[in-house]
Design a protein around this ligand. Structure first.
Ligand code: HEC
Ligand code: HEC
Ligand code: HEC
Ligand code: HEC
Ligand code: HEC
Ligand code: HEC
Ligand code: HEC
Ligand code: HEC
Ligand code: HEC
Length: 413
């Protein structure tokens, strides 16, 4: 009976079906205070196996118990009456959305925990929500496919399915499932590519939680693929300076003219990687004619990057040698950092193709690195001079020793 009611509600338009809500009780918080201990709580006597999985979760921590979601009579030890009244047995996907939303879509209730209450509203706009709520498509995820039903933990908890390191696997349970995705004709390579990308390595190998997981680009509850015109905005959220340069350049115009898929023209979405210095010119030939102006620009960029890298490497080596010879190198290290900053800025400015600014930055890298090398050479010359000054001292010492040795031989003889 309860299930029928729930389904009708679901079809009609998501009126909350949580038993306590249906009962019109003063609210679950009040009921919690009336709860009895484990030994008098019937649900846990018979469902002992659920005790462990449920008590790890955040709901249990907040005093929410079995009957707050499933209804029934927790004071009863007899199955018939325990499961009696307004009992929600094993909720299906639609009922689950409504059960969770009965609390989580209630802004008044959620405010005290500082939690947003927009999950259901966002879910409705997602491909997932549309499939589930409008077409009852059983492949689409419901709240518990991503959060689990009983061991629900906040995203910050490393054990949670929705912790950044676990999100890709949570999504991949369906998106790596060839049989399921075949129905929709979409690829199943997202996780495999992501794992090998700079973003995936950031999360999995370098524990760099500033790197994006699936939901940073798609949204969690509102998961959709970004449209072509939205991609730059998605990437720019984190790559602020690159985005600012990109918007000043010809490729932004090309993106708005629909001639280029924004950042994805040169960096893929799931297999995101940088461009190696010796691959820059080749990248441009993917889209530009070999003898076009654009291609000349590409060759110029590549030469600029390689020249700067060589300058940086040589000046770093010079600093190491100076340090090994006992010189103070604090100033040189500082100058090296300045050159490195200019070099990094060049990588951003490559996105606007502002050739004047690039020329300036290249010149700064050159002058800083050349200055370091000049200082190192001068220091090395001074070291030689010092060695030369010491030459007479060595000569005298050697003569004295030789003289003493001959004297000794004479005495012995
Ligand atoms: C006397 C023992 C007993 C008590 C008390 C009891 N249950 Fe059950 N419950 C069972 C058994 C046995 C099943 C398995 C029924 C089946 O497989 O059809 C079950 C099944 C369930 C299911 C799954 C329903 C389904 O349709 O598959 C839920 C949910 C549930 N119980 C919740 C509760 C809650 C909540 C309470 C406390 C209000 C409670 N139970 C109290 C014995 C009990
Ligand atoms: C926050 C809401 C919530 C609470 C609290 C909750 N459940 Fe559930 N439970 C669900 C949902 C949703 C399902 C549906 C299964 C799914 O989506 O995976 C479910 C399914 C079940 C099932 C049937 C499927 C299975 O996993 O065996 C049983 C039995 C059950 N719950 C027992 C309990 C018991 C006992 C407690 C208290 C320790 C409890 N539940 C607390 C939401 C809840
Ligand atoms: C009876 C009301 C109620 C129901 C039903 C309910 N929740 Fe909650 N939920 C809460 C409360 C209260 C918290 C604790 C808030 C806090 O401290 O962050 C919470 C916390 C959470 C959190 C952690 C949020 C965070 O960032 O701390 C998640 C995730 C969550 N619930 C998901 C669900 C899902 C999924 C369902 C359905 C299976 C569900 N909830 C059903 C009341 C409820
Ligand atoms: C496709 C997977 C997915 C589905 C389906 C899903 N969630 Fe989430 N949820 C997440 C992820 C991932 C997070 C972690 C925060 C983030 O990335 O935005 C999250 C976070 C939350 C939080 C913590 C507060 C917040 O908004 O960040 C709550 C509460 C929550 N979800 C409730 C729900 C409810 C209720 C439903 C069902 C209407 C639901 N979720 C459906 C993936 C999902
Ligand atoms: C329970 C299975 C399931 C889970 C878990 C799941 N998805 Fe989906 N997802 C689907 C199905 C089914 C579709 C529909 C495919 C379609 O229509 O192209 C879909 C569609 C999508 C789409 C739209 C694709 C398109 O081309 O329209 C995106 C984006 C997406 N999911 C991202 C995610 C992310 C991110 C996660 C994890 C937070 C996730 N999904 C978890 C089943 C799932
Ligand atoms: C949530 C923030 C975030 C979003 C969104 C994001 N990135 Fe990243 N990205 C990072 C971080 C952080 C790194 C560095 C990861 C590391 O090295 O640990 C990175 C690395 C990169 C790299 C490699 C840089 C290098 O030095 O090799 C490229 C290229 C890149 N992102 C492009 C993109 C593109 C294109 C998009 C949009 C489709 C995007 N990013 C979206 C944060 C983000
Ligand atoms: C750096 C941003 C970014 C990250 C991280 C990311 N995606 Fe995507 N994803 C996109 C963009 C952009 C598109 C749209 C591509 C297009 O229009 O060509 C897309 C498309 C999709 C699609 C539609 C089908 C397809 O492959 O084109 C699905 C499904 C999807 N992503 C799932 C995922 C999953 C699962 C993860 C995590 C393993 C993930 N995405 C991580 C940016 C991202
Ligand atoms: C994914 C395709 C693609 C790649 C890769 C690409 N471009 Fe472009 N580029 C375009 C499109 C489309 C336009 C706008 C139409 C046009 O003017 O050809 C454009 C325009 C330009 C322009 C302004 C118009 C012109 O011809 O003077 C320059 C300069 C340019 N690109 C340089 C480069 C350089 C340098 C690279 C390599 C680092 C590169 N592009 C890589 C697609 C691409
Ligand atoms: C026309 C090709 C092209 C497009 C389009 C493009 N990039 Fe790049 N991107 C490059 C090249 C080439 C490099 C390597 C520059 C270098 O090493 O100096 C690079 C490097 C990067 C880096 C590493 C920069 C660093 O600081 O080390 C990031 C991050 C990045 N791009 C993000 C983006 C984002 C975000 C977009 C969209 C707003 C975008 N790219 C669009 C060609 C492109």
């Amino acid at each position: 009976m309860m299930r029928c009611m729930a389904l009708v509600c679901a079809a009609v338009g998501l009126v909350p079906v949580s038993p306590h809500m249906v009962a019109g009780a003063p609210g679950w918080q009040l009921r919690m205070q009336q709860q009895s201990s484990d030994t008098t709580y019937g649900c846990l006597i018979c469902h002992a196996e659920k005790r462990r999985t449920f008590t790890i979760g955040i709901h249990s921590e907040h005093g929410i118990r079995c009957h707050n979601c499933h209804g029934g009579d927790p004071a009863s030890f007899e199955r018939g009456t325990a499961h009696g009244g307004r009992f929600l047995g094993d909720p299906d996907k639609l009922e689950t959305v409504q059960l969770c939303s009965s609390c989580h879509a209630d802004a008044d209730q959620m405010r005290q925990y500082g939690l947003p209450a927009g999950q259901l509203a966002e879910f409705r706009t997602s491909r997932h929500g549309q499939l589930l709520l409008e077409r009852s498509d059983q492949n689409a995820p419901t709240c518990t496919d991503c959060h689990d039903a009983h061991t629900i933990l906040p995203p910050e908890d490393a054990r949670s399915n929705v912790h950044p390191t676990n999100i890709p696997a949570t999504c991949a349970r369906c998106h790596d499932n060839a049989e399921m995705m075949d129905e929709y004709g979409i690829p199943i390579n997202q996780f495999a590519q992501y794992r090998e990308s700079e973003h995936g390595k950031g999360i999995f190998e370098r524990a760099n939680f500033a790197a994006p997981t699936c939901t940073s680009c798609h949204g969690s509850h509102a998961a959709l693929p970004p449209g072509v015109t939205e991609i730059v905005n998605v990437c720019e959220k984190c790559h602020v300076l690159v985005g600012r340069e990109f918007r000043r350049g010809p490729h932004d115009r090309a993106t708005r003219d629909d001639a280029l898929p924004g950042c994805l023209g040169c960096h893929s979405n799931h297999g995101t990687e940088g461009v190696p210095p010796d691959g820059i010119a080749a990248l441009c030939t993917n889209c530009h004619e070999p003898d076009s102006r654009a291609q000349m620009v590409g060759v110029e960029l590549q030469e600029g990057v390689i020249r700067s890298l060589q300058g940086l490497a040589a000046s770093q080596q010079a600093i190491e040698e100076m340090a090994a010879a006992g010189h103070q190198v604090a100033d040189e290290r500082f100058r090296y950092q300045t050159a490195l900053t200019s070099y990094r800025e060049m990588a951003q400015v490559h996105h606007s193709l502002d050739m004047e600014l690039l020329e300036d930055l290249g010149r700064q890298v050159r002058s800083d690195t050349e200055l370091i090398r000049a200082t190192a050479e001068a220091a090395a010359e001074r070291r030689w001079e010092r060695k030369l000054i010491l030459l007479p001292v060595w000569f005298l010492t050697l003569s004295a020793v030789t003289f003493a040795w001959f004297k000794l031989r004479e005495l012995e003889g």
